[in-house]
Write a protein that binds this ligand. Structure first.
Ligand code: F6P
Length: 322
């Protein structure tokens, strides 16, 4: 193997740059050339590429976002789009590809490998941490810390004004960010899609807290919760117990920012391992971290298996909130 390609795809996540850096420097260390593909599969279709050297990735380990840009490509879903992408790969003599992204991106990677015979290794990167086959995806730790910082700040105001705050965090249809930031931030309750939400029960616990002297409360709500978005939940709670409520939707604040050490290290380990695995002849798989060990898993796990949150975290949060 003489030349590999690397791209980032789907929602950006903090640590993607650290992963690109790891791929580039490991590949060069192993005597390979590296082609960076801009804007994910869209760049592959359009031939938007550049050769990367060690200096191309200088200083990016601490930067959020992705220097290669990212996109969610609809065109790549068509056979025509895929043909164009494969032509770019062949024209540039790329012999293996590393795809850094979430489940949709890994699906695209799998198509290239299985249907078009391009050796691909996937690296899980998503703030949602919803990718099966790895304990953590790149960007999750940073997103949790970002949400936590917001929760801590809001706690000051909630306490000073004796209010109920409802904070909505991202996660698509999973509750990892909510559960981790809620537990770390001492939230009174955490509403996640993996656990049935009973608003009467939520209100009962809030009232009980008041009886025990709590003058302020924070509910952390995952965006995918069945009870609705934070504003809707706020309206429903107001009707039931009439508290003074404020709602904060953290949104894309959680996607950017300098990656924390855990994400930089995860990205460096996974990116480096992905290069070594391609050289060894591995393909069609995702590299992940399981019990702190680098593990390969079938790429299909990313969209065929549901990664469950640990509900013991929820139980713990409730004991701590008492
Ligand atoms: O998958 C990452 C994520 O930030 C989800 O948490 C969120 O639901 C979605 O992407 C938002 O996507 P977009 O940036 O396209 O609005």
């Amino acid at each position: 193997m003489k030349k590999i390609g690397v791209l980032t795809s789907g929602g950006d996540s903090p640590g993607m740059n650290a992963c690109i850096r790891a791929v580039v420097r490991r590949a060069i260390y192993q005597g390979l050339k590296v082609i960076g593909i801009r804007r994910g599969f869209s760049g592959l279709i359009e031939g938007d590429t550049e050769e990367l050297c060690s200096r191309s990735v200088s200083g990016i380990i601490r930067q959020g976002g992705t220097m290669l840009k990212t996109a969610r490509s609809e065109v790549f879903k068509s056979i025509e789009g895929q043909k164009k992408a494969v032509k770019t790969i062949k024209d540039l003599c790329i012999e293996g590809l590393i795809v850094i992204g979430g489940d949709g991106s890994l699906r695209g990677a799998y198509t290239l490998d299985r249907d078009w015979d391009i050796p691909v290794i996937g690296v899980p990167a998503s703030i949602d941490n919803d990718i099966a086959g790895t304990d953590f995806s790149i960007g999750f730790a940073t997103a949790v810390n970002t949400a936590l910082e917001a929760i801590d700040r809001i706690r000051d105001t909630a306490t000073s004004h004796e209010r109920l705050f409802i904070i909505e965090v991202m996660g698509r249809s999973s509750g990892f960010i909510a559960l981790w930031s809620g537990l770390a931030g001492g939230a009174e309750d955490i509403l996640i899609p993996e656990r049935k939400t009973n608003l009467d029960e939520v209100c009962r616990k809030l009232e009980e807290g008041r009886l025990h002297g709590k003058r302020s409360s924070i509910l952390v709500v995952a965006e995918g919760d069945e009870a609705g978005g934070a504003f809707e939940i706020g309206e429903k709670i107001k009707k039931k117990i009439g508290y003074e409520i404020r709602v904060v939707v953290l949104g894309h604040l959680q996607r950017g920012g300098s990656p924390v050490a855990l994400d930089r290290i995860l990205a460096t380990r996974l990116g480096s391992a992905a290069v070594d695995l391609l050289i060894k002849g591995e393909r069609g798989k995702m590299v992940g971290l399981v019990s702190n060990q680098i593990k390969l898993s079938p790429m299909e796990y990313a969209w065929k298996r549901k990664k469950m949150v640990d509900l013991a975290f929820y139980d713990l949060s409730q004991v701590m909130a008492s």
